[in-house]
Write a protein that binds this ligand. Structure first.
Ligand code: ZN
Length: 198
């Protein structure tokens, strides 16, 4: 189980390993807000309760660019783990097929690694498309890709404990939480909301 790490402003930032969280606490860079009292973290010099929520002592500015970086984890979540060309869900892929990141306008032709130029594609569709635009090879996108509401998506793809959820609710409110706790349907709902906002 990871440790939910909050900014000084209480904004949930990320999940760290307990070891890294303890390091921050021992270095006086973070304070412990919640612990798992059933477990203790023992370092060479001392034992401290196992942290499950910590808060950074000083506010960390998170660059907008970093928040919006495209990673396969978030890309696949944004697209509901479905190929955006043939519509197959990850669970329906066969044998050696897998999900990939497809650049609609290929990088070789000047396409960027931006949310509006990348989609989830199964490996056969990606191979078929190659270095072409979808229309050039008779392929069609199921949806127009958009930047997801990144902060919400971060929480959609991570498992959090009830105590950690309390802090996410505190910062983002009840609506965000409801979407997060609804499993894959919840993610789909989040994506609908974030594309409506775009
Ligand atoms: Zn496909």
């Amino acid at each position: 189980m990871g440790c939910l790490t909050l900014n000084a402003s209480f904004e949930p930032l990320t999940i760290l390993t307990a070891r890294r969280a303890v390091r921050l606490v021992l270095d006086c860079k973070a304070e412990i807000l919640e612990t798992d009292d059933a477990r203790w973290f023992r370092s060479e010099r001392r034992s401290i309760p196992y942290p499950i929520v910590i808060r950074l002592v000083r506010f960390v500015r998170v660059p907008r660019q970093f928040r919006r970086q495209v990673t396969n984890t978030f890309l696949f979540a944004r697209d509901g783990y479905c190929c955006q060309y043939c519509g197959r869900h990850r669970s329906l892929l066969k044998g050696r097929q897998f999900l990939t990141r497809d650049h609609i306008l290929p990088i070789s032709r000047g396409g960027g690694n931006t949310w509006d130029n990348v989609v989830t594609s199964c490996s056969p569709c990606n191979n078929r498309k190659g270095d072409s635009m979808p229309s050039e090879v008779g392929m069609k996108l199921l949806c127009t890709p958009r930047a997801p509401n990144h902060v919400q998506l971060v929480w959609a793809v991570r498992r959090v404990t009830p105590v950690q959820v309390k802090y996410i609710r505190m910062f983002y409110g009840e609506d965000a939480l409801r979407a997060l706790t609804g499993g894959n349907d919840g993610i789909a709902e989040l994506l609908r909301q974030s594309s409506n906002q775009a």
